[in-house]
Design a protein around this ligand. Structure first.
Ligand code: HEC
Length: 142
């Protein structure tokens, strides 16, 4: 390689890395939004339990119709992970196959949760995202 080629490479590299830095500086908002949706840790105790308390426990705790019909008690981490009389509703790491989160956005054999909403109604989108992210992050007792 001649001196000229090496110089050209150095100039090219400097140009490429300079561009990358400039782009990072230009999009701080977009970057933090990406982090928030992908990486921020969701807490079962602080984020998920309040949602379950407000929207699910009226039926999914002792004496409720959800417990009577399916056996699913959502009042503790342990009972949620135990699932229904048919088995688990949470597949840690996979919010698409977990019945727990699947039923929030679509129906399964005509079921949609929370039960009693009209056909197009759902929980607030931000709650659904939190619940999905919690499952994706491994459904931890955190
Ligand atoms: C108004 C009462 C009611 C509310 C509120 C409610 N559920 Fe249910 N849920 C039920 C009933 C009843 C069943 C049993 C349905 C059946 O098996 O036919 C059930 C079943 C389920 C099942 C098991 C479905 C299956 O495939 O066996 C899941 C998961 C579930 N609910 C999640 C939730 C979540 C999460 C919330 C809150 C966001 C919620 N439910 C709120 C009444 C309710």
């Amino acid at each position: 390689m001649g001196v000229k080629t090496i110089m050209a490479c150095v100039v090219l590299l400097a140009g490429v890395s300079g561009y990358a830095v400039a782009e990072e500086k230009m999009n701080p908002a977009a970057q933090s939004a990406m982090k928030a949706s992908k990486n921020s840790a969701v807490s079962f105790k602080n984020d998920i339990q309040p949602i379950l308390r407000d929207h699910c426990l009226s039926c999914h705790s002792a004496g409720g119709s959800g417990v009577a019909k399916s056996g699913l008690d959502l009042s503790t981490y342990e009972s949620l992970m135990r699932g229904t009389v048919y088995g688990p509703v949470v597949v840690p790491g996979n919010s698409d196959t977990s019945t727990f989160t699947k039923l929030l956005t679509g129906t399964n054999k005509g079921l949609k949760m929370p039960m009693g909403l009209n056909a197009s109604g759902t929980l607030d989108n931000q709650y659904i995202l939190l619940m999905r992210n919690w499952v994706k992050q491994g459904a931890k007792n955190n």
